[in-house]
Design a binder for this molecule. Structure first.
Ligand SMILES: NC(=O)c1ccc[n+]([C@@H]2O[C@H](COP(=O)([O-])OP(=O)(O)OC[C@H]3O[C@@H](n4cnc5c(N)ncnc54)[C@H](OP(=O)(O)O)[C@@H]3O)[C@@H](O)[C@H]2O)c1
Length: 261
């Protein structure tokens, strides 16, 4: 039987996949704590969900402030009747960082959100969920975790970290009845990919992607990569020698002018 969720936290809910996923769960009756920095966009999300079966509660939150993330999620868990039963660590930043020029502040900023922010989000309630023997944690990684391409060393590594973290967490939490899902999306329309200048095969609409992700979460998949065509292409592509991938991606030319997804 499919699990249902009463209280859901989605980070990065002000735009793109997070926003669409927050609406997806609200439409199915959940109370969704929608977290991000841009509070005004969360207010408009709440308005869009109003009148539906569920509810959106805006939670202004910067996931790079990891102590605050842990405190905030625990406070939401105390506030929600029965506790939070699903946490989706979706907040992320993309962008090219050319190793020839990338300065430490830019690298640190990406890792702070994609690695430390996501880890704080997923770990905040793990002990409580284990104690309750109930709950579900979801990390939004990327197919970029599977293939090394020029100018995406930091982004790809951050997403591989998240995939590995989810896999380990799943082993730790399964005996306690807590589910962990890692989702690896391909290319999806969002703010992150809006300015990309390179081909994005099998690019999906945001709502379509959120629907696929929502259904994978309800199924309790351990891993879900989509669409299958790009997942397959990426797996094959990762077997190619690095000079082929470098040539296919062109010469290094910029530091923040695109996003691998
Ligand atoms: N689009 C794709 O093709 C694709 C493919 C694979 C994986 N992904 C992953 O999917 C996730 C969502 O990306 P998206 O494509 O939907 O991009 P997006 O539209 O740019 O959304 C990113 C979200 O993350 C939030 N965020 C960024 N920094 C934050 C911070 N410090 N604190 C709190 N929230 C923060 C943003 O909100 P605020 O700016 O309001 O804080 C925004 O809501 C990311 O983890 C991304 O890596 C995307």
């Amino acid at each position: 039987m499919e699990p249902t969720y009463a209280n859901v936290v989605v980070t990065g809910a002000s735009s793109g996949l997070g926003r669409a996923l927050a609406l997806w769960f609200a439409k199915r009756g959940a109370r969704v704590y929608a977290a991000a920095r841009r509070a005004e966009m969360l207010t408009s999300l709440r308005a869009e969900a109003a009148g539906g079966p569920g509810q959106v509660v805006p939670v202004p939150l910067d996931v790079s402030q990891t102590d605050t993330v842990v405190q905030t999620l625990r406070a939401l868990d105390d506030d929600a009747a029965g506790g939070i039963d699903l946490v989706v660590a979706n907040a992320g930043v993309g962008g090219m960082l050319n190793g020839q020029r990338a300065e430490w502040p830019a690298i640190q900023a990406m890792l702070q959100v994609n690695v430390l922010g996501a880890t704080a989000t997923l770990s905040a309630l793990a002990p409580r969920m284990a104690q309750r023997r109930k709950g579900h944690l979801v990390g939004i990684s990327s197919i970029a975790a599977w293939i090394v391409i020029p100018r995406f060393a930091v982004y790809g590594a951050s997403k591989l970290y998240l995939q590995t973290y989810c896999a380990g967490l799943r082993m730790d939490l399964a005996p306690a009845g807590v589910r962990v899902t890692c989702i690896n999306p391909g290319f999806v329309k969002s703010e992150m990919t809006a300015d990309n200048r390179f081909p994005m095969p099998f690019l999906l609409e945001t709502a379509d992607a959120a629907d696929r992700m929502g259904r994978a979460i309800l199924r309790g998949d351990a891993r879900f990569a989509f669409p299958w065509q790009i997942a397959l292409l990426t797996r094959f592509g990762s077997l190619l020698p690095s000079w082929v991938l470098s040539r296919a991606m062109g010469r290094p030319s910029g530091s923040r002018s695109g996003s691998a997804q």
